[in-house]
Design a protein around this ligand. Structure first.
Ligand SMILES: Cc1cc2nc3c(=O)[nH]c(=O)nc-3n(C[C@H](O)[C@H](O)[C@H](O)COP(=O)(O)OP(=O)(O)OC[C@H]3O[C@@H](n4cnc5c(N)ncnc54)[C@H](O)[C@@H]3O)c2cc1C
Ligand code: SF4
Length: 534
């Protein structure tokens, strides 16, 4: 049995590791692994938490109101204080940004400790530039669905993302989502034909049935603050499963800086930095798998060339989904009470057919329940009293559609390094949106405006927010899969073409980024690599 060193405990790393462990391999996972607290008062609902906590303001909003969204923010919500560890960077992790505002995570479980669980299989069109088609990755989608617990329905959206095995029955829709869905059902023939738009259930990594020690969702309305019953999947659930294996070793507190290699381009060791003790640590390597997230893995790759050969190289092709947040008011819901005992994140998704199927536009619809209601109101020219009055009466009628556009690999978008005065390096990220993006944004907003209008809702266009590139957190494309054997690419099974014992198992290897959230495919691809190569 071989020993494989995996860097990172995000969704890519933990599912890759679990597959290797099941096959009996020795796995050593090295991670920075900042960790948070376990959820407080696990049996409380959202409202009970507000009543029972000693200092609910501190819990929900933060001592310094860190969780309140600023007027310049393009975000619907900020994270509460106890979740800030997910986005904490280790000291000295310098990054210079041009046109890109990434969120990096060095947490145990990575970025998906804060995700909203949207999990959509890529279809054959999405996979056109990948060295495999849907039928080859389908068994791994099925496997991941079973591992994480994934809700999905065979409905109008299956035309965009295939309906596969091991999907759980849906949760109850909240009243607002149900109202949108009912009107769609009545009008769908016209909406499909005239607008090329389809509505259905979003696929969400949440349990509607108990699974082992994880409980089915009980509609506590606490999703944004951390699900206390592990119904909403996060990667630390799989990391904990890995920890039950004797052949698994998890080493946290280490920031891997670079790897070292011999004259035959075989990696011999990874060189890390103990973030607490501030000392260097060297780990011998037989086979290395980078799963530090696209930006994290690319940086380790770049730094390794710099340390060994003094070369600064460029990794081109960085991709991310442009996201547009379009708030809407459902006129039928005005004046109604919202039910706090509801699942908080998106339950519906919307798809726009385009002339080129690869450019499919994807949206996730979140209706406002227990979530922060301040962002939709802050941009309105209202005084405090009127704001509170309208807030109370409009709360249940608010929602937001998060529109995602696809992205392609382009040379203008790249990661490289610059050297600082102390002999260290700084990561440099450059991104320019594609030509014609304005038109695509206008097109999608026009379509959404008409679509929501037909469902009885209004999108106030002055409230639409174009999120900066980097905000979707769907990074990919810097060391792509290809059959070419060229340097700075990987094989179809994600084995490096530069180093004989290196695998890259995160989004770095994706040759195209469809508008559908990528994490489900990250996990399935990681399991595909483990299955094919070990
Ligand atoms: C608010 C939010 C909502 C999201 N919602 C969705 C969604 O609905 N659907 C979806 O598909 N995606 C969503 N995402 C994106 C999703 O979280 C990411 O695609 C996913 O986490 C990437 O997984 P990864 O394993 O490749 O990397 P990451 O999650 O970035 O994990 C990287 C891991 O590597 C470790 N690491 C990094 N660098 C080093 C180093 N140098 N040395 C040692 N360890 C290192 C980190 O500690 C971490 O454990 C969301 C993200 C956020 C923030
Ligand atoms: S998924 Fe959300 S609503 Fe369901 S149990 Fe967890 S926190 Fe509560």
């Amino acid at each position: 049995m071989s020993k494989i060193t995996v860097i990172g405990s995000g969704p890519s790393g933990v599912h890759f590791a679990l597959s290797l462990l099941k096959k009996g391999h020795l796995v050593e996972m090295i991670d920075v692994g900042f960790s948070g607290e376990t959820p407080v008062n696990p049996n409380d609902s959202f409202n009970e938490l507000k009543e029972n906590l000693e200092d609910p303001v501190k819990y929900f909003l933060g001592e310094n109101f860190e969780a309140v969204v600023g007027t310049d923010s393009a975000s619907v919500y900020e994270f509460p204080p106890h979740k800030q560890y997910i986005f904490k960077n280790p000291e000295g992790y310098d990054v210079e940004l041009h046109g890109f505002e990434p969120h990096l995570s060095f947490a145990r479980g990575g970025l998906a400790e804060a995700w909203t669980g949207g999990s959509y299989a890529f279809n054959d069109t999405d996979l056109e530039d990948f060295p495999f088609g849907y039928s080859e990755i389908e068994p791994f989608y099925n496997e991941i669905s079973e591992r994480i617990g994934l809700i999905g329905v065979d409905d109008d959206l299956s035309r965009f993302f295939p309906y596969h095995k091991n999907l759980l029955p849906p949760l109850d829709l909240d009243e607002h989502s149900q109202s949108l869905f009912n009107i769609y059902e009545k009008k769908k023939d016209k909406l499909n034909k005239n607008l090329g738009m389809y509505l259905g259930r979003s696929r969400i990594a949440t349990l509607s049935k108990d699974q082992g020690s994880r409980k089915k969702c009980d509609y506590s309305g606490r999703c944004q603050w951390g699900c206390p019953s592990d119904s909403l999947y996060v990667p630390t659930i799989t990391l904990n499963e890995c920890l039950n294996y004797k052949n698994f070793k998890y080493i946290s507190g280490i920031l891997i800086k670079h790897f070292d290699y011999d004259n035959n381009n075989r990696i011999t060791a990874v060189i890390g930095f103990d973030v607490a003790k501030k000392t260097e640590k060297v780990f011998k390597v037989e086979t290395l798998a980078l799963a530090a997230g696209t930006i994290g893995s690319s940086r380790i790759f770049l730094d390794s060339f710099l340390r060994k050969e003094g070369k600064i190289i460029k990794l081109a092709g960085l991709m991310d989904n442009r996201q547009i947040l379009a708030p809407f008011i459902n006129l039928k819901m005005i004046g109604k009470q919202f039910n706090p005992d509801s699942y908080q994140y998106h339950q519906l998704a919307v798809g726009i057919d385009t002339d080129d199927p690869k450019s499919y536009i994807h949206g996730q619809i979140t209706t406002l329940k227990t979530g922060m209601m301040q962002p939709p109101f802050q941009s309105m020219p209202l005084d405090f009293k009127t704001g509170i009055f309208l807030g109370r009466h409009l709360h249940s009628s608010f929602g937001v559609v998060n529109i995602n556009l696809c992205d392609t690999r382009r040379d203008d978008n790249y990661l490289t390094l610059s050297q600082n005065n102390e002999g260290g390096s700084k990561l440099v990220i450059n991104y320019k949106p594609p030509e014609g993006e304005d038109k695509t944004i206008k097109f999608s907003l026009k379509k959404m405006g008409k679509f929501f209008g037909k469902l009885g809702a209004v999108i106030p266009m002055f409230q639409v927010q174009l999120r900066p590139m980097g905000a979707s957190v769907h990074y990919s494309g810097t060391i792509p899969m290809s059959g070419s054997g060229n340097p700075l690419t990987v094989s179809p099974n994600c084995k490096s073409n530069d180093f004989s014992n290196l695998y890259i198992v995160d989004g770095s290897t994706f040759p195209f980024l469809p508008s559908k959230n990528l994490t489900f495919t990250l996990m399935a691809n990681a399991v595909r690599i483990a299955d094919a190569e070990f």
